[in-house]
Design a protein around this ligand. Structure first.
Ligand code: FE
Length: 419
């Protein structure tokens, strides 16, 4: 079974990555940053986690205001480094653990956390700044990573208490994963800083020290603090430290802090901490109850003939073909697809199986393969085919035979109609 073997907390300021890439190990200004991470690197080398669940926030790099979500779990097989405006850092992509991600996502939803999920999005300094100094990576990263992106930059954002409760649910999720995996939770962000407005440059070391004390010994007290109070105490952008409460919620009351550091070189207080958890593992009845809760919503759906729920496994496994068919909502892609379908297939890097299914407009075959119906109706609209033709094909009937099963023999599609 998967188990949480400990947790790390770390600021994620870009200065960490800057100092690392600039090889400033011996520069007296930057050396304290490197020194702070030595014991954590040694702890990780000894513990050898299989997976790190990294709680971070994107800084309006890969997540924009066209769709901003609160808790967004990565479900991909790998994650690239984001370009934040000046080119990508020279870091290898992270390997994800897609099966564990799916399990965690399903368990959190069963616990009534309305998660969102992402793939095909690069991770910015919120994740890579601490990871690049925590782990060796010249020949690839030593463990897999599951990123959890928290939307803390466009208010309203989750409360501190909600973050803590999400952490508690995360603990139940990880404990019920059947594979034997050692998991480390990594919280990133903070501590005190403000990067905008006339209060830009605000820090509060006394509050940072108090926060580091409370997160270990009395996290419940931290769950009662409002966003405005966090801003007053630590600066507006420091309210991202509510992400540390997700990590703390995933640990028990019996935590032991085995390392802590604090350094304030410029704008953001750089803190690190490592916690080990002395709690007993969950009992078998507790695990059984959570497993039953996880399975309850889709239990029995497999008995429904001709029914294929579009789940995270289908979504991640068949992202490429769904992506290419979804692109048909853009007029330029549509025009290219109609004028040069083979060129469009090549540009989308579709496999021969995928190209063949689309060429033959094999509606049922596409659905069995992993395309969701709602991209098929776009392909139908582009192809001048009605939705009813697609429904009939799903059933293996002619249009006329299928129409006889309806109250009215109509056809329609999602294409716009000429006046
Ligand atoms: Fe940040």
């Amino acid at each position: 079974m998967a188990r949480i073997i400990g947790a790390i907390a770390s600021s994620h300021t870009p200065t960490i990555g800057f100092a690392f890439d600039g090889k400033k190990n011996d520069d007296p200004i930057w050396k304290p940053i490197f020194d702070a991470y030595v014991p954590i690197r040694e702890w990780l080398a000894a513990k050898k986690p299989d997976v790190m669940l990294v709680i971070y926030n994107d800084h309006i790099t890969s997540f924009f205001f066209d769709h901003y979500s609160a808790f967004c779990l990565g479900v991909a097989e790998s994650y690239d480094v984001a370009d934040e405006g000046g080119g990508k850092r020279a870091l290898p992509p992270l390997q994800g653990h897609a099966a564990l991600s799916r399990h965690i996502g399903t368990s959190l939803m069963a616990d009534e956390f309305d998660m969102s999920f992402f793939q095909d999005r690069a991770l910015d300094h919120g994740c890579f700044s601490p990871l690049s100094i925590l782990l060796p990576h010249q020949d690839g990263w030593p463990n897999k990573v599951i990123p959890l992106q928290v939307g803390v930059l466009q208010f309203p954002i989750p409360t501190a208490l909600r973050c803590y409760k999400l952490g508690q649910a995360l603990r139940r999720a990880i404990a019920t994963y059947p594979e034997d995996l050692a998991v480390v939770i990594v919280a990133t962000g903070g501590l005190s800083h403000q990067v905008h407005g006339e209060r830009c440059g605000f820090n509060n070391t006394a509050w940072d020290e108090r926060f580091l004390e409370l997160i270990e010994k009395d996290p419940i007290a931290l769950t009662q603090i409002t966003h405005a109070q966090y801003a007053e105490l630590g600066g507006m952008e420091s309210s991202e430290i509510i992400m540390w409460l997700i990590m703390r919620g995933a640990l028990s009351a019996r935590v032991r802090k085995i390392h802590q550091s604090y350094y304030l070189p410029s704008m953001t207080a750089i803190a690190t901490a490592v916690y080990e958890d002395d709690a007993d593992p969950p009992t078998e009845p507790e695990l059984a109850e959570q497993r039953a809760r996880i399975g309850r919503q889709l239990d029995g759906v497999e008995k429904l003939e001709g029914t294929y729920p579009f789940d995270l496994e289908r979504s991640v496994g068949h992202y490429r073909i769904n992506r290419s068919l979804h692109d048909l909502v853009h007029p330029e892609h549509r025009a290219r697809f109609l004028a040069d379908p083979e060129g469009a297939f090549a540009a989308a890097d579709l496999s021969e199986v995928e190209r063949d299914l689309i060429r033959r407009r094999d509606w049922r075959g596409l659905m069995h393969y992993g395309a969701i119906f709602f991209v098929l109706e776009k392909l139908a609209a582009v192809s001048g085919v009605s939705n009813l033709d697609v429904y009939a094909a799903m059933r293996g009937q002619t249009l006329e035979a299928f129409q006889k099963t309806r109250n009215a023999a109509v056809t329609y599609s999602v294409a716009a109609q000429d006046d």
